[in-house]
Design a protein around this ligand. Sequence first.
Ligand SMILES: NC(=O)c1ccc[n+]([C@@H]2O[C@H](COP(=O)([O-])OP(=O)(O)OC[C@H]3O[C@@H](n4cnc5c(N)ncnc54)[C@H](OP(=O)(O)O)[C@@H]3O)[C@@H](O)[C@H]2O)c1
Length: 379
Amino acid sequence: MASLVRSGTWKALKNGSPSFFNLKFRKFLNPQLQALTVRSFSAIMSPPSKAVVYEHHGPPDSVTRVVELPPVEVKENDVCVKMLAAPINPSDINRIEGVYPVRPQLPAVGGYEGVGEVHSVGSGVKGLSPGDWVIPSPPSFGTWQTYIVKDENVWYKINKGSPMEYAATVTINPLTALRMLEDFVTLNSGDVIIQNGATSIVGQCIIQIAQFRGIQSVNIIRDRAGSDEVKEKLRKLGADVVFTESELEVKNVKGLLAGIPEPALGFNCIGGNAASLVLKFLRQGGMMVTYGGMSKKPITVSTSSFIFKDLSLRGFWLQKWMSTDKAKECRSMIDYLLERARDGNLKYEMELTPFNDFHIALDKALGKHGSQPKQVIKF
Ligand SMILES: NC(=O)c1ccc[n+]([C@@H]2O[C@H](COP(=O)([O-])OP(=O)(O)OC[C@H]3O[C@@H](n4cnc5c(N)ncnc54)[C@H](OP(=O)(O)O)[C@@H]3O)[C@@H](O)[C@H]2O)c1
């Protein structure tokens, strides 16, 4: 919890205050919190924060609620950030469900990336000033709240000319797309990649980053009403070909490629049948990298794929990559991606939703209303 709310405030709230979920007036605070309030005359304090919290793992729409948290001290090396925007990513949902391998200690505030504006800084902070735009880099827990106080080192100052929703979403999905195109197979201009989950943010970024490098992309989407419109959108981003899964129910999928070379590298966001389709397209000795499991279905690989095609299967996890040497350069990669977004050369579909409507956005992110653009909370 230390990374989330400092000074044991959370514990004080949880154990001592009967108005934990409706904390509005100081007179209701327990003695520990009253002491904190008194200290505020001598220390820099953050404003109170409104946060999406969960005390137990479970279905995100029933275990999360919006609560008000009291001010916390902004210590010498701390920076208090007023959050501007933060997305709801599939991994945020998995963390709340309790099925993600790395999870914050409970109770926790949701969210793992976002962008904010520096509100105030501790006396020892030299590199950041009020008004700067910052992102947590590497990403860290607890971004679904209006004010966050964390050490200066957590924050990375970005160009304020960046579109807010791109700044809020750059550190996880676009970075994953960039790394996966770089780290597995040496791709040259004219090479081809194949992916399922092409409508995901990672998928949309793969299409565009591949295209900057002269790499062609073959893309697979789910069957849906309006699939022609979705295909057209992806083609406008740079997709060379787009198929729905059912269009690939043919004996010889490669016959559909019409002159495009066989892909050397495949990306699997979905699992199940969508993963089998990626494997079918790969050339002799090709590789499939799995980074998501949206269908929650396992990957099935035929024996002949290994013996006669010598395919390899790998996985990518950004959180693990963050502990490698290459991750030291992740901030310059973020600058590169944000520059592309500023130029209008990196785009993906998002929907900004006011924080007051958090649970509406959450329902959309949970797929309750069918396919939806990425939900980004605007504070
Ligand atoms: N390994 C890593 O380090 C890493 C890093 C970043 C992301 N990821 C993973 O990458 C995946 C995509 O993330 P994102 O934020 O880019 O996604 P997103 O923008 O939120 O989009 C979700 C994608 O999943 C598809 N989808 C949703 N429910 C599905 C289902 N039941 N069956 C099949 N497809 C389904 C959607 O297809 P429709 O458009 O058809 O609805 C859409 O393409 C997630 O699994 C995420 O956890 C992994």
